[in-house]
Design a binder for this molecule. Structure first.
Ligand code: ADP
Ligand code: ASP
Ligand code: MG
Length: 273
């Protein structure tokens, strides 16, 4: 039995119908025999809307209060997702960053994860439940809510996967994977089947927002395979792994994905086939 962490970005949980679609997908993966932990972002533009609301009442809001406010977005989506899974006949338990054991430093708005002790998530998994964690948030030594910086749910997902010793961290978004350029701007961009952590970090540092830079750094440090894929299709996505990793060990791939990813690696210049 594999343990899979799935992360769903804001575009994948933008409304009730999307949350139902995501819940169905989580349950399908669970019924295929996997333990499931899920990280979820705030619905659609919720985080932007919360920031606008703050600026309407205070042009220079205190950083602590901003983080208090922004963590509310993921709290909405995590509980709605748990309820939706319940309505579809499975049990799920949602946890805030603090409940899930995400300890951070005190840098409000750009906190760094110090350690993750997801005991309550482990307990949920032990009882056959789906463990759902609010992305983008943690708690500092004073017990105050912190956020990890925009796009930080990607980092939450990888950190949770590492702490749980998951087999893969799947990042679900609104495109089929990582492309050679932003597919919404460059229509000829091609999906990459397999990419190294280093190359992915270069893309993220260069401004490609499909993955947060820190999430890739974290994955490289702990050799956690990332699979970026679409929550709107079952097409193969992009595997982010080191060159020496055997992708046939990664669970929940699309048919043939493993062979295609291996062929891409073999065809790289300077490598023997
Ligand atoms: P989520 O809500 O799932 O976190 P994001 O908006 O953060 O999604 O990231 C997905 C978006 O990243 C895509 O819709 C796409 O427009 C953009 N993007 C930018 N560069 C790339 C790239 N090289 N490959 C894929 N998507 C990219
Ligand atoms: N909701 C947060 C943001 O919009 C975190 C995330 O989506 O990853 O930045
Ligand atoms: Mg994102």
């Amino acid at each position: 039995m594999a343990l899979i962490v799935q992360k769903f970005g804001g575009s994948s949980v933008a409304d009730s119908d999307s949350i139902k679609r995501v819940a169905k997908r989580i349950i399908e993966t669970k019924h295929a025999g996997n333990d499931m932990a899920v990280v979820v972002s705030a619905m659609g533009d919720t985080t932007d809307d919360l920031i606008d609301q703050a600026l309407d009442v205070d042009s220079n809001p205190p950083a602590r209060e901003m983080d208090m406010l922004m963590t509310a977005g993921e709290r909405i989506s995590m509980s709605l997702l748990a309820m939706t899974i319940h309505a579809q006949g499975e049990s799920a338990h949602s946890f805030t960053g603090s409940q899930a054991g995400f300890m951070t430093d005190a840098r409000y708005g750009a906190a760094h994860i110090r350690n993750v002790k997801p005991y309550r998530v482990m307990d949920a998994l032990k009882h056959g439940e789906v463990g759902i964690v609010a992305g983008f948030q943690g708690v500092n030594a004073d017990g105050d809510a912190t956020t990890l910086g925009r796009g930080g749910s990607d980092t939450s997902a990888v950190a949770l996967a590492v702490a749980l010793h998951a087999d893969v961290c799947e990042i679900y978004t609104d495109v089929d994977g990582v492309f050679t350029a932003d597919p919404r701007i460059v229509p000829t961009a091609r999906r990459i089947s397999r990419i190294s952590y280093e190359e992915m970090m270069e893309m993220a540092a260069g401004g490609s927002k499909v993955l947060a830079l820190r999430c890739v750094e974290y994955a490289q440090r702990f050799r956690m395979p990332i699979h970026v894929r679409s929550s709107f299709s079952h097409r193969p996505g992009t595997l982010i792994v080191s060159q020496d990793m055997d992708v046939s060990d990664i669970p929940n791939l699309a048919p043939n994905q493993c062979q295609v990813a291996q062929a891409q690696l073999d065809n790289q210049p300077g490598r023997e086939g």
